[in-house]
Design a protein around this ligand. Structure first.
Ligand code: HEC
Length: 391
């Protein structure tokens, strides 16, 4: 069982109806906050809870944790770590004093171990150092993929080093090696997006610190063409200069992963956001033939603040699949339906992007705001929703 399956079974309570604060905590918080997990904060022991009690309570109160992308109201594509009605209050109560927390979390059960995801390690050491200070930085790195070998994968996994400045990694195939022709200095990371030709940045998946693996549901796989694998790395300065070393694994498809996923990128083009502007863009994708909708990858810069995905049938009735009102790029994760949704020929998948270039946007890099156009973050906006569709 891979990490995602393990997470889902934790999220569903895996057969236990335990609704004590410790059980809710294990399901909603420890899943991302265990030792060796994607964050540096360990909330898996009583001592850990007591150490971070005040901050945890504040983040629960203002809705920052668990991340909004996983709230139940975000639709069936999200909700993996959602709190059920009443559970937020239950945790707030248990955290309200040190004594209460010590009692409620006395026997915090260690999280079940999931088998590590194994596969050939593609990326060795990196070649880029982020400076001590400044805003988010984005670079694209290239890894050659040999021809002549089948590269059918079911996922990607990233092993973040402790304290890594990397927030997010997006993967795209560049079979024609277009990016190399744009490379100024051979061997150096690129100052450009991984959007090469028909293959957009992020089309093979994206992993972040809230979800360090991207694994397709059982039975599905993606074909990785020979050429280059473009890895777009988003890193955030953390007070001292640090090397950026993405270490990722490709997870080979098994014989049973016989159905193929194709990635359809929805990218609003020609954005021009005036200072202070809030703007919505709607893009439609019409399905051709019966199409299973498997999931979506949301990617963007500082100005993408909301994303909605709806499936629209012949009567015009919309079926909401995703509604994220408060997107934070450092907390996005690949979104997969537990069971693929069967769409009929001609059904529309509608993606609504919400952009905010006002000072009220908590991700706003400039005060006062400056004009923003389509382009590379942090100055530009590269919002993309990649739809993962079965064939
Ligand atoms: C989907 C993964 C995920 C879940 C679920 C989650 N967190 Fe977090 N949490 C994060 C990430 C990512 C960070 C950012 C820290 C980092 O980058 O290392 C974070 C940060 C925090 C911080 C530190 C904030 C700071 O400013 O230093 C606390 C405290 C915290 N989370 C508490 C919680 C609590 C309590 C829950 C459960 C109610 C929870 N988290 C659920 C991913 C998660």
């Amino acid at each position: 069982m891979g990490t995602i399956a393990a997470m889902v079974s934790i999220a569903l309570g895996a057969g236990s109806a335990d609704s004590s604060p410790a059980a809710v905590w294990a399901r909603a918080c420890v899943v991302c906050h265990a030792a060796g997990g994607p964050t540096i904060i360990d909330l898996s022991t009583q001592a850990g809870v007591l150490r971070h009690r005040g901050l945890s309570r504040a983040l629960l109160l203002d809705g920052t944790m668990p991340p909004s992308i996983s709230h139940a109201h975000a639709g069936p594509l999200a909700g993996l770590h959602a709190l059920q009605p009443g559970e937020r209050d239950l945790l707030l109560q248990a955290l309200s004093t040190r004594q209460q927390a010590a009692k409620a979390f006395a026997e915090l059960a260690p999280p079940p171990r999931s088998e590590p995801l194994v596969g050939p390690s593609l990326v060795g050491r990196g070649c880029w150092t982020v400076p001590a200070r400044g805003g988010m930085q984005v670079r694209t790195m290239l890894i050659p993929i040999e021809a002549g070998r089948p590269h059918r994968i079911r996922g990607i996994s990233w092993q973040p080093e402790p304290g890594t400045p990397i927030r997010m990694l997006s993967f795209a195939a560049d079979p024609a090696r277009l990016l190399r022709t744009m490379e100024a200095t051979p061997g150096e990371p690129l100052e450009c997006m991984g959007n090469a030709g028909a293959v957009p940045s992020g089309a093979l998946g994206a992993v972040t610190r809230t979800m360090t693996s991207f694994v397709l549901p059982d039975g599905w796989a993606m074909d990785l063409p020979p050429g280059d694998l473009a890895i777009e790395v988003t890193a955030e300065p953390a007070g001292r200069a640090m090397p950026v070393r993405p270490s990722i694994r490709l997870l080979p498809a098994r014989a049973s992963d016989s159905r193929t996923i194709s990635a359809v990128a929805m990218m609003p083009s020609g954005l021009e956001l005036a200072p202070g502007a809030c703007e919505e863009r709607v893009l439609d994708h019409a399905t051709r033939g019966a199409t299973p909708f498997v999931g979506a990858i949301v990617k963007g810069g500082a100005f993408l603040r909301s994303v909605a995905i709806d499936a629209i049938g012949p009567t015009g009735a919309a079926r909401p699949l995703l509604a994220i009102p408060d997107l934070r790029m450092a907390l996005v994760q690949p979104l997969l339906l537990e069971t693929p949704l069967q769409l009929a020929d001609g059904d529309i998948i509608r993606v609504t992007f919400g952009f905010d270039n006002s000072i009220a946007n908590p991700q706003q890099p400039h005060d006062p705001p400056r004009p923003v156009t389509t382009g590379m973050p942090p100055e530009g906006e590269d919002a993309t929703v990649v739809l993962l569709l079965g064939q």
